[in-house]
Design a protein around this ligand. Structure first.
Ligand code: FAD
Ligand code: FES
Length: 282
């Protein structure tokens, strides 16, 4: 556990302040904890997640997108895929849900200090890195150059276009948007896969830190490309998703080899987890 405070194991009541549609099946809920003391005490690290509880339906693990400097408002960006997430999609302003957390080990913000940082994401994988990029922005002088590479299948799948535009304006920052399936995507898009851009960064990769989030095949391909270019597995970090029930190291549902993804992750480095990811069915 990487947070300054102990996470709440009892769901805390949270009220929906605003709901924003990001794409056809992705939406963001902006929530506020109802209890003022819980609101004051709640702190999270970039890359951690909450267990989000829709009353009478169930609970799901969702990454925390919010700006760490304003923890009174908690944002969760969610793809509607099943029972709970489709129910959350129907939530109306003012309605309440439950939140437990924050849980898990987040991104290595300390290790990344003074180094160049490569952030490679796919689809909704850009959500769990938002808080890390906010932290770099707030302490810009503490970090080296920043490259943000986001890949989607079609350019209409991109969420957070305003955020990407804003990050592009940050000093010593490059943003590359790629789509793999549109052959003639409009400017400023690149076509092809995110890995095609990793040898064009002009970074001293052996001394950089990478943060990867997205489909596991994409993260494995990116990690292997970075390793071929001299980066160590200890400097490549990836955020994993597994079926979670307790979120807190008790039930074993999220086990991956000898690791519990909820407690030991969801952020792991490639040296720890790359081997397990290659074992089919693990
Ligand atoms: C640490 C962690 C962080 C996560 N962060 C986010 C986040 O920020 N935003 C978000 O939307 N999701 C996130 N997820 C995934 C999210 O927890 C699942 O999508 C959710 O549990 C689905 O629950 P459900 O009841 O709606 O669907 P279920 O009824 O459990 O599943 C319905 C169908 O959807 C499929 N499915 C389940 N999960 C996914 C998925 N992730 N993508 C595609 N298909 C899926 C299932 O195989 C099943 O066929 C995270 C998961 C973990 C472990
Ligand atoms: S979700 Fe229960 S141990 Fe990880």
């Amino acid at each position: 556990m990487n947070s300054h405070t102990h996470p709440s194991r009892v769901p805390m009541a949270a009220e929906l302040i605003e709901r924003r549609q990001e794409s056809s099946d992705v939406f963001t809920l902006q929530l506020r904890l109802v209890d003022s003391q819980q609101r004051e005490q709640y702190r999270f690290q970039p890359g951690q997640f909450n267990m989000v509880y829709l009353h009478g339906v169930g609970e799901v693990a969702i990454s925390i997108v919010s700006d760490r400097e304003d923890p009174t408002l908690l944002n969760h960006t969610i793809r509607a895929v099943g029972r709970v997430t489709r129910g959350l999609e129907q939530l109306q302003t003012g309605q309440q849900i439950g939140l437990r957390g924050p849980y898990g080990r987040g991104w290595p913000m300390e290790q990344a200090k003074s180094k160049d940082l490569v952030v490679v994401t796919g689809g909704l994988g850009c959500a769990p890195v938002v808080a890390a990029i906010h932290e770099v922005e707030q302490q810009r002088a503490a970090y080296g150059r920043l490259a943000i590479i986001e890949g989607v299948r079609h350019h209409q799948d991109l969420i957070y276009p305003d955020r990407f535009h804003h990050w592009e304006q940050m000093e010593r920052t490059d943003v590359v948007l790629c789509c793999s399936h549109d052959k003639a995507a409009p400017w400023p898009w690149h076509t092809g896969r995110v890995t095609a851009h990793l040898d064009q960064l002009g970074f001293d990769l052996p001394d950089a830190v990478a943060m990867l989030c997205g489909p596991e095949g994409m993260m494995a391909a990116a990690a292997e490309t970075l390793i071929q270019q001299g980066m160590s597995g200890d400097s490549i970090w990836l955020s994993l998703e597994r079926n979670m029930q307790c979120g807190d190291g008790f039930c074993g549902h999220c086990q991956l080899g000898s690791h519990f993804v909820c407690r030991d992750g969801p952020v792991f480095n490639w040296s720890e987890i790359g081997g397990a990811l290659k074992v089919k069915g693990l």
